[in-house]
Design a protein around this ligand. Structure first.
Ligand SMILES: N[C@@H](CCC(=O)N[C@@H](CS)C(=O)NCC(=O)O)C(=O)O
Length: 269
C-alpha cells in the first residue's frame, strides 16, 4: 500500500478512517462510492475548493500536492484516489478480485483531461475573481496546479482542449468496445473497482453534455450503474444543487452558441 509520510505528525495519531474530500470532486466521488458500497464509515473533513481551502498551509501539510482526496486509516496517510480505493477495497474480496489493473490505470490517466475539460466547459461559467486567483498563486505550493490555473485564466489553447476531447472520446470508445461482448460490468460479470473508478467520470462529462449516443454500450452501462444506491448516496447527494443548475445552464448556453464540448474533437461527426 502506497502510504506516505505525513508532514503533519498529528495525522499519525488519528484512529479509524478520515477522508479529506470535496463534494463534487470526481476523485473524491470514487472514494465515497467505495465507502458506500463496502459499508465503511469515515470521518468527513470537507475541503472547500471554491474557497481555496486546499491552498492553506494546514491542508498542504496533509496532502503534499494540495489536492483532494486524502485518506488517513489508523494513522496511515494515503493519497491518489486510485490507491485509496484499492486500499479500501482490499478488505472486500468481491470488489477487488478481478483483473482490473488496466482499467484503473486508464481511469487514473483520464484525470488530467477530465480536469482540463471541467475547467473549460464547467468552471469557465464563473471563474474566480482576480484577487482570489492571485491569493491562490501566492499560497499554493503545487507549481503544476498554479501553472494550470494561470493557463485557465488566460484561456486554454484550442489545440490542448481539442486533444483532451479526442483522448476522452477514444477512452470512452475503448470502454464501449469492452462492453460490446455483453458483459454486465467493465471488468466482467461482477461490479468492481473499475466501475467505481469510471462512474464519476461519466457523471462529470454528462454535466458537460457529452454525446453518449456515440457509445451505446457505455451509455447502457452508465444508466445501469447510476441506479445503484451508492451513486446517489456517495455522489449525487453531496452535490450542490445550485452549482449543478449553474453548470447545466452554462452547458446549454454554450451548446446554443455552438461552442460546447460537442463542437470539438470530431464529436459531431
Ligand atoms: N491523481 C489525483 C488527482 C487529484 C486531483 O486532481 N484532485 C482534484 C479534484 S478531483 C483537486 O484537488 N483539484 C483542485 C484544483 O483543481 O484546484 C487523484 O486521483 O487523487
Amino acid at each position: 500500500m502506497p502510504r506516505i509520510e505525513p508532514k503533519d505528525p498529528a495525522l499519525k495519531t488519528l484512529t479509524g478512517l478520515h477522508l479529506w474530500h470535496a463534494p463534487m470532486s470526481s476523485c473524491s466521488q470514487r472514494v465515497r462510492i467505495v465507502m458506500a458500497e463496502t459499508g465503511q464509515d469515515f470521518e468527513s473533513h470537507l475541503v472547500n475548493l471554491q474557497e481555496n481551502e486546499h491552498a492553506t498551509e494546514a491542508y498542504q501539510r496533509i496532502h503534499p500536492k494540495g489536492l483532494v482526496p486524502a485518506l488517513v486509516d489508523d494513522g496511515d496517510l494515503i493519497i491518489e484516489s486510485i490507491d485509496i480505493i484499492r486500499h479500501l477495497a482490499g478488505r472486500n474480496v468481491a470488489l477487488a478480485q478481478t483483473t482490473l489493473h488496466e482499467l484503473l490505470e486508464m481511469a487514473d490517466a483520464a484525470q488530467l483531461d477530465l480536469k482540463l475539460l471541467t475547467y473549460e466547459f464547467l468552471f469557465r461559467a464563473a471563474p474566480p475573481p482576480p484577487e482570489t486567483a492571485e491569493a491562490f498563486q501566492a499560497r499554493h505550493q503545487n507549481e503544476w496546479l498554479k501553472q494550470f490555473r494561470r493557463d485557465f485564466a488566460v484561456g486554454f489553447d484550442r489545440d490542448r482542449v481539442e486533444a483532451a476531447v479526442q483522448r476522452t472520446d477514444e477512452g470512452f470508445h475503448n470502454l464501449d468496445a469492452l462492453l460490446s461482448d455483453g458483459r454486465a460490468f467493465l471488468a466482467g460479470e461482477e461490479f468492481t473497482l473499475a466501475d467505481i473508478a469510471w462512474m464519476p467520470n461519466l457523471h462529470r462529462f454528462d454535466l458537460m453534455g457529452w454525446p453518449y449516443e456515440r457509445t451505446p454500450n457505455l451509455k447502457a452501462w452508465f444508466d445501469k450503474v447510476s441506479q445503484r444506491p451508492s451513486y446517489y448516496s456517495a455522489l449525487e447527494k453531496w452535490e450542490d444543487a445550485q452549482a449543478v443548475e449553474a453548470f447545466t445552464a452554462y452547458t446549454e448556453r454554450r451548446r446554443a452558441a455552438g461552442t460546447d464540448i460537442r463542437s470539438l474533437g470530431g464529436l459531431s461527426d
